[in-house]
Ligand binder design. Structure first.
Ligand code: SF4
Ligand code: SF4
Length: 222
């Protein structure tokens, strides 16, 4: 989700790469689950997140839609997000003891928290959201280690490609007043990247295969 933000207000004013050390270490969140309780519907999922959930939980999109995820419109595009529990008591994957039940395959936003991403100059950097985690006496941690994502260079390329693709889709949706096109394009993206199950291996191969077809389809609407 792209938002106008004042970096000076919400960050320490620095931009980071995954190889940088950042003061975010919080002793494995011992005794705290605050951010997972107040998260609301802000964890928007990308295809990698969906693949992780499907593989880790041995499940599929339809099953996840029964209580764990839901759909919302983000800048004109229909995308899935983590659902909050009935009664509003935090993320649907948060246990009663306040632990994440999908820690090994949690979404990218959760992995980098309290870092955010800023996209500029054809790439992206990370920034520290200084008001998001009150844990005292944080320690310095290498961001790469903090996120714990295998093949990070490939992952970061995917993040950028997915971001750029959504921007292209949003540009097409903004341009048209034809509601049939809006509906068809949204349904296509939802099916192509989320509803259609992923094989357990080689996420990137599957993603870029689907992306090639989606780009072809998008060209028709430009
Ligand atoms: S607010 Fe900070 S310490 Fe608490 S759960 Fe979130 S990241 Fe961990
Ligand atoms: S998936 Fe896990 S880390 Fe992310 S908000 Fe839910 S409980 Fe917290």
């Amino acid at each position: 989700m792209e938002r106008e933000i004042d970096l000076q207000e919400i960050s320490d004013g620095k931009l980071y790469t995954a190889n940088d050390m950042v003061k975010i270490g919080c002793n494995d969140c011992k005794g705290c689950s605050e951010c997972c309780r107040v998260v609301g519907d802000t964890i928007i999922l990308d295809p990698y997140d969906l693949w992780q959930l499907e593989s880790g939980l041995q499940t599929d999109f339809e099953t996840l839609m029964q209580g764990k995820i839901e759909l919302q419109v983000v800048d004109g595009t229909i995308l899935p997000n983590l659902k909050i529990r009935e009664g509003g008591a935090g993320c649907s994957f948060l246990s009663a003891e306040g632990r994440c039940t999908i820690h090994g395959y949690r979404p990218g936003f959760c992995r980098m928290f309290p870092m955010g991403r800023i996209y500029e100059d054809g790439g992206f950097k990370y920034f520290l959201q200084v008001h998001e985690c009150d844990y005292p006496n944080k320690t310095k941690v290498k961001l790469k280690k903090w996120m714990g994502i295998p093949e990070l260079a490939r992952y970061e390329k995917f993040v950028l490609d997915w971001h750029d693709f959504l921007k292209e889709v949003q540009a097409v949706l903004k341009k048209t007043e034809n509601q049939e096109i809006v509906k068809n394009l949204n349904l296509y993206i939802l099916n192509q990247f989320f509803v259609t199950a992923y094989e357990a291996d080689d996420f990137y191969g599957q993603f870029y295969g689907r992306m090639e077809k989606a780009e072809e389809m998008l060209r028709m609407y430009r």
